[in-house]
Design a binder for this molecule. Structure first.
Ligand SMILES: *[C@@H]1O[C@H](CO)[C@@H](O)[C@H](O)[C@H]1NC(C)=O
Ligand SMILES: *[C@@H]1O[C@H](CO)[C@@H](O)[C@H](O)[C@H]1NC(C)=O
Ligand SMILES: *[C@@H]1O[C@H](CO)[C@@H](O)[C@H](O)[C@H]1NC(C)=O
Ligand SMILES: *[C@@H]1O[C@H](CO)[C@@H](O)[C@H](O)[C@H]1NC(C)=O
Ligand SMILES: *[C@@H]1O[C@H](CO)[C@@H](O)[C@H](O)[C@H]1NC(C)=O
Ligand SMILES: *[C@@H]1O[C@H](CO)[C@@H](O)[C@H](O)[C@H]1NC(C)=O
Ligand SMILES: *[C@@H]1O[C@H](CO)[C@@H](O)[C@H](O)[C@H]1NC(C)=O
Ligand SMILES: *[C@@H]1O[C@H](CO)[C@@H](O)[C@H](O)[C@H]1NC(C)=O
Length: 585
């Protein structure tokens, strides 16, 4: 506590900003701590955290305070205060300001210690860098991660666009299960406190609720709680019984949202444990994973390969190699070199189909390690171009898996711009993109920048978790294949939802078909042009098609009506696969 008292003499501006500092600390830590999936701007839950904390949250104040607190941390560092001294100060602020419960304050500081000091001490970032990166360019101009940079393409000219034609009647089809955002909480407990005041509740160490207060449901809870073990298992049992799955796309975020208290051991154990459970319920069915932003400890911390030593992330990627390659043999041995390097890989699924799994944490603007250098971290995009060019040369086609969608506000603008250029260049080679992260059932359309011609479609598979206020879901894709010259195009998709209220009421969870895309939306095919046409229909006044989309988006647990402004926001998001662009908004 030594430096704590001396801090109060640092300067006047500090005293003036005392309350602002508390709010700022809240902002910095809870931004990471809540690590909620991106809230679209029309989504009314965006300010949920601060409302629930009942802090006087004044717009504009937080930016100034962020700089002040970062400046103080800088000075303490310059005074040779130990990291523990500085952490003590932060923890004290957190407790005084009732930013989180005392135990979350203690734990969160420890959780983010290495990252905070790794970034600060390495002089990767000034107060402006950090505040700008947390609060956006309107707060401060950070080391500008938005400085333009370009990936280089091979000289091979882009071949003429080829849109797959519908398969002949009776042609074989593949059935792919898409699971996203599991957020499996191994400490979920029926009857536990639901309103615990922490980023995640309904856990065995939350205690029992007071009389008359809500208790965690047996099959889950809409409010700030993650997936109980029995829901994960029930889903897989149902899938095994009901569908004939060829393989699984698992698009990231295996652990729960207890981000204040996650060790490297916890995070690797959930990789092993989910692998074991998937193998148990879906024996012999390969699972192809992508790395989510929650896989690491702390959350969002994915040091690129140039960070070596104790902060290197090899501990996590090695566990993935052990679980997915060595133990489950889902991925081939040669996937290990890129998986270890940057958490991405490619492999041949069939004669004619290549699978690419990208690590979107290399575009995650909450990944502080990228403040040093955001230009194609881990050389992932150069690698992606290489894989796609080779596929084009061989007349193979490609499915891409990832976690954070490139149009998300969580994805660095320059990375996203380059990713979009790659998709547009290889639009005829890419026959499917499957992502997650937002916990919502949605999609993103890519466009050719000059002509505004739709080039590609990306599916967001929703989530198994209910976090927050959505029903759990899984998705089944019907894909053209596997036969000679199959197009590998997605022909239709079906989404299955568990009505949580009903499951708790009847103690009988039912996974019901919510809709199939072609029937619900009256689509002829599921190409980018068809999705673009559908969104055109959404735009009509009182569009019943849009109303359907809106219901499915929340997996049939809609928060309320969507007015014109809300609808405009949705349409903008559906037509934005490149973050930071607003052409269709
Ligand atoms: C901090 O430590 C460094 C190296 O040990 C020393 O050179 C410097 O004078 C110290 N600064 C202060 C303010 O004590
Ligand atoms: C990137 O490419 C664009 C378009 O080809 C070009 O205008 C721009 O100067 C390039 N930027 C850099 C940093 O090379
Ligand atoms: C069941 O789930 C609903 C929705 O989250 C919740 O309101 C309820 O408290 C849960 N528990 C029980 C026992 O119904
Ligand atoms: C931290 O996690 C451990 C289990 O990994 C649990 O026993 C403990 O109660 C947790 N502590 C807090 C403060 O959440
Ligand atoms: C990883 O890849 C290298 C080179 O491709 C290979 O020599 C090594 O045996 C692989 N290791 C595992 C565990 O598969
Ligand atoms: C597959 O496509 C190639 C090239 O277009 C064509 O020559 C070949 O006849 C096709 N094979 C079948 C079985 O359709
Ligand atoms: C979910 O189940 C509850 C209770 O059975 C029911 O009232 C509600 O209408 C259902 N929701 C949907 C979207 O079917
Ligand atoms: C849309 O619905 C509103 C409210 O029901 C109604 O006032 C309006 O006339 C409708 N617009 C069209 C174009 O049907």
């Amino acid at each position: 506590m030594s430096s704590y008292s001396s801090l109060f003499h640092l300067n006047v501006s500090f005293r003036m900003h005392q309350s602002a500092l508390i709010i700022t600390l809240c902002l910095i830590l809870s931004q990471q701590a809540s690590a909620r999936p991106v809230q679209l701007h029309h989504d009314h839950t965006g300010s949920y955290r601060f409302q629930s904390l009942q802090l006087p949250f004044i717009g504009g104040l937080e930016c100034e305070s962020c700089k002040v607190i970062m400046d103080i941390v800088d000075r303490l560092l310059a005074q040779n205060s130990t990291e523990d001294d500085i952490l003590d100060v932060l923890v004290e602020f957190c407790k005084l300001g009732k930013v989180e419960t005392p135990r979350v304050c203690e734990y969160i500081a420890r959780e983010f210690k290495d990252e905070l000091f790794g970034v600060l001490i390495g002089h990767y970032a000034s107060p402006d860098d950090i505040c700008g990166s947390i609060l956006g360019a309107s707060c401060a101009k950070p080391y500008d991660p938005d400085t333009p940079w370009n990936v280089t393409f091979p000289k091979t000219p882009k071949p003429p666009v080829s849109i797959p034609s519908p398969p002949k009647a009776g042609a074989p089809k593949l059935t792919i299960l898409h699971l996203s955002d599991l957020h499996w909480d191994r400490m979920y407990q029926e009857g536990a406190e639901v309103e615990c005041g922490e980023p995640l509740c309904c856990r065995s160490n939350d205690g029992k609720p007071a009389k008359g207060k809500p208790a965690a449901g047996k099959w889950g809870d809409y409010r700030g709680c993650d997936t109980p073990t029995r829901v994960f298992e029930n889903l897989l049992q149902y899938v095994a019984k009901e569908h004939k799955i060829d393989f699984v796309y698992l698009t990231g975020d295996l652990p729960a949202h207890d981000v204040w208290n996650q060790t490297r051991y916890d995070q690797t154990s959930i990789v092993y444990q989910t692998t074991t459970v998937l193998q148990k319920y879906l024996p012999g069915i390969p699972v192809y994973p992508a790395v989510g932003n929650h896989e690491s400890a702390p959350v969002n911390s994915f040091p690129p390969p140039f960070i070596t030593g104790k902060n290197s992330i090899t501990w996590l990627y090695q566990a993935m190699v052990d679980a997915w390659i060595t133990k489950a043999q889902w991925l081939p041995k040669d996937a290990n070199s890129t998986l270890i390097k940057g958490g991405y890989y490619s492999m041949r699924l069939f004669d004619g189909l290549i699978l690419v799994s990208v690590n979107m944490n290399m575009c995650n603007n909450q990944n502080w390690w990228l403040l040093e250098n955001e230009d194609d971290p881990a050389e992932e995009l150069e690698w992606l171009i290489g894989v796609l060019q080779k596929a084009e040369d061989n007349q193979d086609h490609v499915h891409i898996l990832g976690h954070i969608p490139p149009g998300s506000g969580d994805c660095f603008v320059q990375w996203s711009k380059n990713y979009n250029e790659i998709v547009n260049r290889y639009e005829s080679t890419i026959r499917g993109q499957f992502f997650g992260h937002t916990h919502k059932d949605s999609f993103e359309i890519f466009y050719e920048p000059k002509t505004k011609r739709p080039t590609s479609i990306l599916y967001n598979g929703g989530s198994v978790t209910t976090y927050s206020n959505v029903n759990p879901n899984y998705r089944i894709y019907e894909v053209d294949g596997n036969y000679k010259n199959s197009s590998w195009a997605v022909l239709d998709h079906a989404t299955y939802v568990m009505n949580l209220t009903d499951a708790n009421l009847t103690d009988n969870p039912k996974w019901k078909l919510e809709y199939t895309a072609k029937t619900a939306y009256g689509m002829k095919a599921l190409q980018a042009v068809d999705w673009n046409e559908l969104v055109g229909k959404f735009e009509a006044a009182n569009s019943t098609l849009f109303d359907k989309f809106y219901t499915y988006y929340y997996k049939s647990n809609v928060p309320g009506p969507c007015d014109e402004k809300c609808k405009t926001g949705f349409i903008c998001d559906l037509k934005t696969a490149q973050s930071g662009t607003h052409e269709f908004c």
